[in-house]
Design a protein around this ligand. Structure first.
Ligand code: 13P
Length: 253
């Protein structure tokens, strides 16, 4: 049975106090949901908030993610935060390869290869993001773009390492735009991603792989997307900054 996950990526939003308040509200609202062991709630606050958010959340199905980590284990890398540091303050997940990091911070597959190895070495779960730009979809290149993003990073992993990876498909044109991929578009790409993983790692790995959809997921559209066969949850941006809407989305799983 595949793990169902709804993850909230807060991006660079909330002051420390606002973040703590939001985490507390999410924790309170998820109290009744904590018996459902098939659903995991993941919160990805900014680095500065993580320790505080860990203290504020005690529901057993809430897990904490970082939004990024360093390429190296430790050393003279001013301003960087290592996977080991994140692990030791209570992170279980790290989002890697988000399109904003690819676009604004030049994160390419070479960088992501190093980061994913750091995360896996700490026995944390990478949420590996992939997704095409609008022009790439319009020119019919979306499958190739996503296949390349996946093969360049994930194909270097062993079968055992791949078993702990979560993939998030986030079409860039759907992020923060209010335009969601249709349920057919989401299912089509998720099935394609699962096939790529099956071909490389085998059915026993791909069967267990959680593939999340991200891009303008809201309480109003979450259910129809989550109902798709190969959609195992969502990576939520804007709608995760409000506890009620985030939990509504969790309940749509
Ligand atoms: P939105 O839900 O705001 O479109 O953001 C999606 C996203 O980028 C999550 O990582």
């Amino acid at each position: 049975m595949r793990k169902k996950i709804v993850a909230g990526n807060w991006k660079m939003n909330t002051t420390f106090n606002e973040g703590i308040k939001l985490a507390k509200a999410i924790n309170d609202l998820s109290e009744n949901l904590s018996n459902d062991e098939t659903v995991e709630i993941v919160i990805a606050p900014p680095f500065t908030h993580i320790s505080g958010v860990v203290k504020e959340t005690n529901q057993k199905n809430i897990h904490i993610a970082a939004q990024n980590c360093a390429t190296e284990k430790n050393g003279a890398f001013t301003g960087e935060v290592s996977a080991e540091m994140l692990k030791t303050i209570g992170c279980q997940y790290v989002i890697l390869g988000h399109s904003e990091r690819r676009a604004y911070y030049n994160e390419n597959s070479e960088v992501l290869n190093k980061k994913i190895n750091q995360v896996l070495a700490e026995h944390m779960i990478p949420i590996f993001c992939c997704g095409e730009q609008l022009a790439e979809r319009n020119s019919g290149n979306h499958f190739k773009v996503v296949a390349d993003q996946i093969s360049e990073v994930l194909f270097n992993l062993t079968e055992t390492q791949m078993e702990s990876v979560v993939i998030a498909y986030e079409p860039v044109w759907a992020i923060g735009t209010g335009v969601t991929a249709s349920k057919e578009q989401a299912q089509e790409m998720h099935a394609y991603i699962r096939k790529i993983i099956t071909d490389k790692f085998g059915l026993s790995v791909s069967d267990k792989l959680s593939i999340l959809y991200g891009g303008s997921v809201k309480p109003a559209n979450a259910k129809e997307i989550f109902e798709q066969l190969d959609v195992d949850g969502g990576l939520i941006g804007g709608a995760s900054l409000e506890a009620d809407s985030f939990i509504e989305i969790v309940k749509s799983l």
